[in-house]
Write a protein that binds this ligand. Structure first.
Ligand code: PEP
Ligand code: MN
Length: 348
């Protein structure tokens, strides 16, 4: 499969006309590899549109026949998985609300066993990576599944965010390190929840070497029965995809490797120095702990800590380092230092 892999289609199949026309227009862009549509929709409110059900599988089969493109649907239980296979669905995806539920993942795996199914596993709605890992392992251990890809659709977070689901790219990076052989697709539609940030998030995914994108598209986005605010027309998708810059995973030119390796060796040296210094700093913190124990004073000394922070913040501009970054580093150092002193002062 080429990179980037582009998966697109409506959030939900609503009518045969909407499904088939959207898919046909997407195929005409010649940039889409796989068509998607939700036909069983896991919705938060029972008042929301919950999908057309099995009927949508027949519309998708039509779209597949007309466009020659493979199709993907979401399955949330054994019955969905069974019906999807029955209607020649090429890819099934496990949605964010199903990945969190080991029982559902297990029953879906039971139906897919030995079927050569291609399965996409979305990240769970909450940022608990062990749930994602559990779902990946349950599917990966199922005999006869042809391939597994991951879909990063962001995580729900409490409080205000410019995203509908915060991306937390670093968490996904951990999963990619654990499963380096599994392809990872970014779903900017559900991360953004709007159209305006779609390009920005897609470009980040391209820069982070993702294998592809899943973007929702609808012939009349404003009139969509679900996720109206994040869907774009096939023409808009075409423009978005044309403007993205995909980077190479690597570059074999010798001048490139030479310049990169030069700087990397300098960075390695600086990292070693930084950690030598941090180790010395922690030893000093332990000595302070011993002195505080003798003097019977508390570990946390507010005035002193404010001074430490102020002193470094005063250099932020000259060092060309943001105050946010300084706070993040100092907070980590302070919390380690407190725990070292705690060990000394409360040793039983
Ligand atoms: C979807 O892709 O339409 C969907 C419901 O996604 P998620 O499971 O990521 O919310
Ligand atoms: Mn959706």
């Amino acid at each position: 499969m080429k990179r980037p892999i582009i998966i697109s289609g409506p959030c939900s199949a609503e009518t045969e006309e909407q499904t088939v026309i959207t898919c046909t227009k997407l195929a005409e862009t010649q940039k889409v590899d796989i068509l998607r549509a939700g036909i069983w929709k896991p919705r938060t409110s029972p008042e929301s549109f919950e999908g057309v059900g099995e009927l949508g599988l027949i519309w998708l089969k039509n779209a597949k026949r007309i466009t020659g493109l493979p199709v993907a649907v979401e399955v949330a239980n054994a019955e969905h998985a069974h019906k999807a296979l029955l209607h020649d669905v090429d890819y099934v995806w496990i949605g964010a609300r199903t990945t969190v539920n080991p029982f559902n993942v297990k029953e879906i795996a039971g139906v897919l066993k030995g079927t050569k199914a291609k399965v996409l596993i979305k990240n769970p709605i909450n940022p608990d990576l062990s749930l994602w890992v559990g779902a990946i392992e349950r599917i990966a251990h199922t005999r006869g599944i042809e391939n597994i890809w991951l879909v990063h659709r962001g995580f729900s977070a409490y409080g205000y965010s410019e995203y509908r689901n915060v991306p937390l790219w670093h968490l996904v990076f951990d999963i990619r390190c654990q499963f380096p052989e599994i392809k990872i697709i970014c779903d900017p539609s559900h991360i953004c929840g709007n159209r305006k940030n779609l390009h920005k998030v897609s470009q980040i995914a391209a820069d982070l070497n993702y294998d592809g994108l899943m973007i929702e598209s609808h012939i009349y986005p404003d009139a969509a029965w679900s996720d109206a605010s994040q869907q774009i027309t096939p023409d808009e998708l075409n423009v978005l995809l044309s403007s993205l810059k995909w980077r190479n995973a690597n570059n074999s030119s010798s001048i490139f490797s030479y310049s990169l390796n030069n700087i990397r060796s300098e960075i390695d040296q600086i990292d070693s120095d930084l950690f030598e210094l941090l180790s010395r700093r922690m030893k000093l913190a332990e000595e302070i702990g011993r002195i505080k124990l003798t003097g019977n004073v508390s570990i946390y000394q507010e005035q002193r800590w404010n001074n430490v922070v102020e002193r470094i913040i005063a250099r932020a501009k000259r060092l060309n380092i943001s105050e946010t970054f300084i706070h993040a580093i100092l907070d980590a150092i302070h919390s380690e230092s407190i725990s070292r002193q705690n060990e000394i002062m409360n040793r039983t």
